[in-house]
Design a protein around this ligand. Sequence first.
Ligand code: ATP
Length: 285
Amino acid sequence: MTAIAVEKLSKRFGKKQALAGVDLTISEGEMVALIGASGSGKSTLMRHICGLERGDAGSIVRILGEVQQQDGKFGPKMRDLRGKTGVIFQQFNLVARLPVITNVLCGILGHISPWRGTFGIFTRAEKRAAIESLARVGIGEVAWQRASTLSGGQQQRAAIARTLLQRSKILLADEPIASLDPASARRVMDVLADINRTDKLTVLVSLHQVEYARVYCPRTIALRDGKVVYDGPSDALSDDFLTELYGSASEELVLPQRLPVKSSAGKAPASSTSGARQGRELVPA
Ligand SMILES: Nc1ncnc2c1ncn2[C@@H]1O[C@H](COP(=O)(O)OP(=O)(O)OP(=O)(O)O)[C@@H](O)[C@H]1O
């Protein structure tokens, strides 16, 4: 089944054409990297897929086969679809003054009554599930600490735990490792790869560090000036292509020093590339 289908998605902010007719399809269970220079439209695309923004006339976004938005209007299933789409950002993922467990429990707000959510009343089973989610991402022991006491990598893993509790089908991760040191970045990518493989979550992750795309994501989609300029196997991305993709901004490209493939995650099985269109190539700028 198709997890994410985007057709002719365009978005103009004043004079800026942030997205210009994006077409892409991601099958359930894929783990896909989204790359491109700063300003190429990665965050804007993510924000449309999770339903935080509406595209211009002619744009269509379907999530799990249902219309999420069309021609600037959200479809009737929007609320339900938002619940099925977990999102983590580079920063601002957690409420700093609240305990980690409370942050994770926010993942079930869409599944419980509003009054329980308002007063923060959670059952023992729900708290146990939250701790299990934290343990799943390797940080069960920090459940009762304030979120502000966690390292950047732990915060990202807590945000992923919240998504697990939310029972999302799709995880959108917008530059989740951009501010992390290499060891923490690898741990976060390991966790994403693990939940992709084990829980069959569809993962779309935007990355500046292109080598992580090659190691963790069988398929990469590259954007330039709001257009898809590459959609195909990550291991077919050449350094020349990447340097061209990033153009004058190529100093921001973290070019490939081969990363060790961690045994707990590593490359997803080849079968998960099945939804990838094979190497749809560059449209010259
Ligand atoms: N709300 C907005 N109002 C005006 N312009 C916007 C808005 N959001 C995005 N843009 C513009 O749209 C373009 C694409 O922005 P976007 O944040 O999607 O790029 P990006 O690829 O995610 O960049 P980065 O890697 O730096 O995060 C940029 O030129 C940006 O300035």
